[in-house]
Design a protein around this ligand. Structure first.
Ligand code: 13P
Length: 243
């Protein structure tokens, strides 16, 4: 399976950026799959800019309900209606700043799957948890409680201390964590776990992408800051191993 290079624009970007960005990323050589996850207001214009291309479109969150009196929220069906095929769920910024717990994430994942979206479920430890030697156990627990029965989708390992800091875990720590995530997925999902991608996220840049993307069990990258510059996203995608 080709690797997936997913751009998480977070709360950045504006309408005027879309056309040039879409034109640039469509020059990608195509051996990695590309996914762009802009803020909600840019989804539909991005869907128009990317229509008929192999670049996929995703959102960064959804509500667990299909509709209702939830001021300010957006449902998974609305995302699908705007042309999204993926949705990032359980990002550490949502867990930290919006109090999302594992059970909330699991409910959102179920809603996304019901809307035929592919959920990208984020897990990752804090620096204190890593320093205490609890990173793997913590991530296993997060996985266990953040994935609903019958889960199908993508995982993203994003150590909180690596997000936006320029720091990354050592290759051996990434390999150990991705292997632990795979084994936890097999325990939970059995044979269905085999084909699921596990992305790495946290300070992925053109300069370090090759060393991260060549590691066993790394199925691609979830890229924050560097994804805002099309040339940097392309440079990262070019580091994906050819299959
Ligand atoms: P950075 O690439 O900016 O560290 O962000 C990573 C991230 O949070 C992607 O979801």
């Amino acid at each position: 399976m080709p690797q997936l290079i997913a751009a998480n624009w977070k709360m950045f970007g504006k309408l005027a950026d879309i056309r040039a960005y879409a034109t640039d990323i469509l020059t990608a050589s195509g051996h990695a799959e590309l996914l762009i996850c802009p803020p909600f207001p840019l989804l539909e214009p991005f869907a128009q800019a990317l229509a008929g291309t192999p670049v996929a479109l995703g959102a960064q969150d959804c509500h667990a309900a299909a509709s209702g009196a939830h001021t300010g929220d957006v449902s998974a069906t609305m995302l699908a209606d705007c042309g999204a095929t993926h949705v990032i769920l359980g990002h550490s910024e949502r867990r930290q700043h919006h109090g999302e717990r594992d059970a909330d994430v699991a409910a959102k994942v179920s809603a996304a799957m019901a809307a035929k979206l592919i959920p990208i479920v984020c897990v990752g430890e804090s620096e204190a948890e890593r320093d205490a030697g609890q990173a793997i156990q913590m991530v296993r627990d997060q996985l266990l409680h953040s994935l609903p029965a019958g889960f199908s989708g993508i995982l993203a390992y994003e150590p909180i201390w690596a997000i936006g800091t320029g720091r990354t875990p050592s290759p051996s720590d990434v390999v150990a964590m991705h292997a632990a995530i795979r084994s936890a997925l097999v325990e939970q999902l059995g044979g269905a776990a085999a084909g699921l991608r596990i992305l790495y996220g946290g300070s992925v840049k053109p300069g370090n992408a090759a060393s991260l993307l060549r590691l066993p069990e790394v199925g691609g990258a979830l890229v924050g800051g560097a994804s805002l510059v099309a040339a940097d996203l392309l440079a990262i995608a070019e580091c994906a191993p050819r299959v």
